[in-house]
Design a protein around this ligand. Structure first.
Ligand code: ADP
Ligand code: MG
Length: 614
């Protein structure tokens, strides 16, 4: 048999290897930023278009490359950072494998411009799918610019598997944060589609954290500091009262590298025992300095896991150190009269039971009056405020699908099974009872129906919001005192993706930029006290799972709003309110289930009841 083994052509080998280093636009961002840091840049500009799918460009003012190096840097295993295997144990640079540029150039169209300080003229190189297309002398400032265009242009399958723009951009922001948070002595700028999202001046660590996360971050931070033989610990932990449901602001850095480590995370969380509510998470920005010889650095460059030699000792030291800082802070807080009162109020608000929305009822309104209130249908495209849906369907027999449905049911049943006759059922004003301020018990001919009042109202509001959110603006209540929730840059960014829908729902913003939002109007049934927490909640969900489509974004928002606004268990409802709920519920497309698929009502037939008495 003939020989069948052959060497892969270079460009194929490069593409395969590239898959390891460059998984998505954010991986290229990470590598380019790290190269700029390794080149000792003091200013770095990151320019991104279409979440990195069209362009990723990093411009630095670092040491630059000679003409020969500029060409050589795209070769696999070309690195200036280590010469011998021993160097691995003295590593002080981010890169060392010499693979990043080779990999990126294998799967994108790359333009490199670079110049060293001592030279008059620099070099420009175009390389595409590992092939150098052009190299020329160029007038360019000191430092290096690498522009990566159309990532995966030559691997359609890879390009196709990229996530939505918002997901990919989120990954880019994460990488940007990680680098920016480890290098406060370097100035960073980030542009996305020509908007400047971050402009981080040279600063100290605390200021850097604040300029990355914005808002009132500064007030949340408690400094951390501990030096032992094994490890130096610095950075900040969040005050317990700022703990949140999201994990977004939790960072470990080891020797200036971002890492993830569930074990050390546990050490930090356990230091908060008894200080934070269950299910909430503190923020932390912890910087560990460890002898490189005692950690396993032979890890994959794109992975963030790391192995420590003395993990248990590290756990104990870290936990004690966090506890110590938190203890010092709370002792100091008692003496600190200058604390910002507004912050305390906000936390108090979060703890208080949300107040129940008021349902206004027109006392003169007679639901059994057949004069024909020409109320619009619940799904009509009119822009009525959400609360009106409670009243929809009232007053006209034919608009009441519940009774209609039951009448049909009845026709196929034996009449002897019924207690009320049809006339009684229509006119009996006590045909609805509220039970335990939780259910509405509704007598009908064929038996009875037990409706969960909160779930029913959620379904009603949800279907109503679904329509309104994709439409023009609906009514909103103007606030006497604007609300300014404490959101970070990233959180505002997430929220901005839903801005239009939020406005359709009735939110009015007087300010909406990277420094925060100011709310001057909210949906009619929402209360100001609940506004911040519902938006916070929405953001946390967006952090977990960014909606991929227009519809899922609307759906998420409709679910959140309806859940928060719907009348709660424990609220007593008068007869009319009960009937309004029943009528609107059975005008819904899917009355049986809540938006998250929970049972809204159960039906108990007289025949079933009678069987039980046998
Ligand atoms: P590594 O960073 O692992 O060495 P890379 O492929 O990222 O591998 O880069 C290859 C080499 O190119 C680096 O070792 C460095 O000498 C040079 N280089 C890359 N980016 C820059 C930059 N922004 N400024 C100066 N030199 C750079
Ligand atoms: Mg590198």
């Amino acid at each position: 048999m003939a020989d069948i083994i052959q060497l892969l052509p270079d460009h194929v080998a490069n593409q395969i290897a590239a898959g390891e280093v460059v998984q998505r636009p954010a991986s290229a961002v990470k590598e380019l930023l790290e190269n700029a840091m390794d080149a000792q840049a003091s200013r770095i500009k990151l320019i991104v278009k279409d979440s990195g799918k069209t362009l990723i460009q990093v411009i630095d003012d670092g040491m630059g490359m000679s003409t020969t190096d500029a060409r050589f840097c795209f070769e696999r295993h070309a690195t200036s950072k280590i010469k011998t295997a021993d160097d691995l144990f003295r590593l002080h640079t981010k890169g060392f494998r010499g693979e990043a540029l080779a990999s990126i150039a294998a799967v994108a169209q790359v333009e490199l411009a670079t110049k060293q300080a001592e030279n008059e003229i620099g070099t420009k190189i175009h390389i595409e799918g590992s092939k150098i297309l052009r190299q020329e002398p160029a007038v360019t400032p000191k430092g290096t610019s690498v522009a990566v265009r159309r990532l995966f242009f030559n691997i359609p399958a890879r390009r196709q598997f990229l996530k939505s723009d918002s997901v990919e951009f989120r990954h880019i922001i994460d990488e940007f944060h990680r680098i920016a948070l480890t290098h406060p002595n370097t100035a960073f700028q980030l542009f996305h589609n020509d908007n400047e999202l971050f402009n981080l001046p040279v600063s100290n660590l605390r200021q850097r954290i604040v300029s990355v996360f914005g808002g009132r971050t500064n007030e949340k931070l408690v400094p951390l500091s501990e030096v032992t033989d094994l490890v130096g610990i610095g950075g900040f932990v969040g005050k317990p009262e700022f703990a949140r449901r999201s994990k977004a602001e939790q960072f470990f850095f080891v020797n200036q590298r971002y890492i993830r480590n569930p074990y050390l995370h546990h050490a930090v969380i356990s230091a908060y025992d008894g200080l934070i509510k269950d299910g909430t998470q503190p923020s932390y920005f912890i910087y560990l300095d460890i002898n490189p010889a005692s950690i396993d650095i032979n890890i994959h460059p794109t992975k963030t896991e790391i192995k420590f030699e003395n993990e248990q000792a590290l756990y104990a030291i870290l936990r004690a150190s966090v506890k110590h800082s938190l203890g010092q802070f709370s002792a100091a807080a008692v003496l600190d009269f200058d604390q910002d009162q507004t912050l305390e109020v906000q936390y108090e608000q979060l703890k208080t039971m949300p107040s129940l929305p008021k349902i206004e009822v027109d006392a003169d309104f007679n639901p059994f009056d057949d004069k024909g209130y020409d109320k619009p249908h619940v799904f009509s495209k009119t822009s009525q405020p959400a609360w009106e849906s409670l009243y929809i369907g009232l007053g006209s027999k034919s608009n009441n699908p519940l009774t209609e449905e039951l009448e049909i049911d009845l026709e196929s049943e034996e009449v002897t099974g019924s207690i009320f006759n049809q006339q009684e059922e229509k006119s009996n004003p006590t045909e609805y009872f509220q039970v335990h301020e939780k259910y509405i018990l509704c007598m009908v001919k064929s038996g009875m129906i037990l409706i969960d009042q909160h779930r029913a109202h959620r379904r009603i509001l949800y279907e109503d919001f679904l329509v309104k959110l994709s439409e023009e603006k609906t009514a909103s209540q103007q606030l006497l005192f604007p609300i300014t929730p404490d959101f970070s840059h990233g959180e505002v960014g997430l929220l901005s993706e839903l801005r239009e829908h939020l406005e359709h729902a009735g939110f009015c913003f007087s300010k909406f930029d990277q420094n925060g939002v100011e709310i001057i109007g909210i949906p009619v049934l929402l209360t100001p006290e609940k506004t911040t927490s519902i938006l916070q909640n929405l953001i946390e969900d967006l952090e977990q799972e960014i909606p991929d489509s227009y519809f899922s974004a609307i759906d998420l928002l409709a679910k959140k709003l309806s859940k928060s606004i719907a009348i709660k268990h424990g609220q007593s409802l008068n007869q009319k309110e009960q009937q309004q709920i029943i009528d609107s519920l059975f005008a819904c497309k899917e009355p049986k289930l809540t938006p998250d698929n929970k049972t809204v009502f159960v039906r108990l037939g007289w025949d079933e009841i009678e069987k039980k008495f046998n």
